[in-house]
Design a protein around this ligand. Structure first.
Ligand code: G1P
Length: 278
């Protein structure tokens, strides 16, 4: 039912300078796979086949990555290297990749609004922030879990997790009423609140399912935290008009927008690789 997934990927990745000077941060590798490919695989597992990326200047490597490289295919044909391309070939074969540019950095809300031309106004869509790398070794991926919930509740859903109280100012924070184990009907949402003003320690992580009425709401949302158009603010309006759910997902999230999270993810995948060879 949810066929389209948006990947906001216009940010500069300044925390990873100088590597992100000429290379998109979404192309940073965790082992041999770029961050954004993990996100696209998660969306594909959840049933999405249209992968819509909001890019910016200097992001061409993303477009090339999700396209056939005829020279390379020719070079490695028949060699043992072919198996290294199995996953990316599957994505290229079965998905359509579309792109538009956000030419000014005006916040995640604005980036999502730019994606309207790609995902349309008529169906719910997923949003994945590739910096937040999510895994669930015990079952469904996080987006698959959220799509299943959408099928039941038919409203916007954000993935949430508990974070230490002194870190609430790095996230969108929600407050709500727990209706099922780990599922909250949201009644408040604040983008990066001061530590002493946060309504809880339930932080939004980069997985959303949005119903398309969100676009009109974003258009009418004023700039918020840091002078940027915040999706958190638009979602609060949507929550007040109807219902938005916060879902404590099953699995693990790595904050690959930070050096610590990036190294942690690398070690996690490397350990898994070593174990799979035993
Ligand atoms: C964005 C959102 C924030 C959310 C976070 C998750 O912030 O604005 O609400 O908690 O992603 O990673 P960013 O990290 O892009 O500043």
């Amino acid at each position: 039912m949810i066929k389209r997934c948006l990947f906001p990927a216009a940010g500069y990745g300044t925390r990873f300078l100088p590597v992100t000077k000429a290379m998109p941060k979404e192309m940073l590798p965790i082992l041999t796979k770029p961050l954004i490919q993990y996100g696209v695989e998660e969306a594909y597992e959840a049933g999405c086949i249209i992968m819509a990326t909001i890019t910016g200047r200097g992001k061409r490597a993303i477009t090339d990555h999700f396209d056939i490289s005829y020279e390379l295919e020719h070079q490695i044909k028949g060699s043992d290297k072919e198996e290294l391309l199995v996953e990316i070939r599957t994505l290229i074969k079965n998905c359509t990749f579309t792109y538009t540019r956000q030419n000014e950095m005006k916040g995640l809300g604005d980036a999502i609004l730019k994606g309207r031309v790609l995902v349309g106004d008529s169906a719910p869509f997923a949003v994945i922030l590739a910096d937040d790398l999510c895994v669930n070794p015990d079952g469904d991926g996080v987006m698959t879990q959220m799509v299943k919930l959408y099928e039941k509740y038919r409203c916007s859903i954000v993935a949430i997790m508990e974070v230490p109280h002194d870190q609430v100012n790095k996230y969108g924070i929600i407050a709500g009423r727990e209706v099922e184990n780990g599922l909250y009907i949201i009644d408040d949402m604040v983008e990066k609140p001061d530590i002493d003003k946060a309504p809880s320690n339930l932080a939004i992580i980069g997985r959303y399912i949005l119903t398309p009425d969100i676009f009109k709401i974003i258009e009418n949302t004023p700039a918020g935290k840091n002078g940027e158009l915040q999706i958190t603010d638009a979602l609060l309006t949507q929550a007040k008009k109807g219902m938005v759910l916060g879902y404590k997902f099953q699995g693990k999230r790595f904050d690959c927008g930070s050096l610590d999270g990036f190294v942690e993810a690398t070690n996690y995948f490397y350990k898994n690789l070593q174990e799979s060879k035993k």
